[in-house]
Design a protein around this ligand. Sequence first.
Ligand code: ATP
Ligand code: MG
Length: 267
Amino acid sequence: MTEDHRLTPGDAINLSELATRADTFHENRKAAEKVFNELRIELAEWQRRLYAHGEHKLLIVLQAMDAGGKDSTIRKVFRGVNPQGVRVNSFKAPTSADLAHDFLWRVHKLVPGTGTIGVFNRSHYEDVLVVRVEEIVPQSVWEARYEQINQFEKLLTETGTTILKFYLHISKDEQRERFQDRIDEPEKHWKFSHADLEKREQWDAYMEVYQAALNRCTTEWAPWYVIPADQKWYRNLAIARALVGTLRNLNPEYPSPKVDISHLKID
Ligand code: ATP
Ligand code: MG
């Protein structure tokens, strides 16, 4: 793993050894928030360039346990970015039409087009996560999916998409506190669901399937990041850094006008 929490292909990780807290990475919350705000503004500028340039596509995949912070990450990191250039899709349990097709069918339809940023709130990874824990399909089916996912993501990157995958890594204790908040605060009641508690009971099984997905689907073309996510301020900073770093490398430019317009006067 690198300092920015990006996994390295071939280097298997053990999720229980990876930090859910920032302590060892960044001690000063105030300073982190200041940098985050600067990065947010830079992200908005990069999105304008990406759109104007019109050649690249950026796909961001967010996965986490319940209360892991997927929604709030999207809200905080993309605040200030032109909503026209960002499309968020949330993947719930598949419909009967989805189930009548291969598992990537509903996903492929929603990948971002040129000049845009696509955010997946949950994703095709559910098909090797919840589907394994709940034993929705037999092993022969889920086993093949890791390679199918890698090849699907390869196709996307070979056709102009840059893919960033973030696993928001929270501890079981942090999840308990966030669930308790949802129970204690009336305006958060709507977020509470009994299904979340059932999943919490299977915490270890989920960690195991997450670890398998992270290890088997970290590729040169579509890396996973394991973001310490117990502290929201650090989570936001780490994700903004990865996004802005990627966009700096892509460096989309505003296209120059096809004719010289510098002396043009409009009356
Ligand atoms: P929030 O609870 O913050 O609104 P959420 O993403 O947890 O967001 P829910 O409606 O609570 O949304 O849950 C969606 C459910 O759909 C999740 O439990 C997820 O595991 C499940 N799901 C998503 N994709 C699949 C799939 N391919 N097969 C089975 N279940 C899936
Ligand atoms: Mg939920």
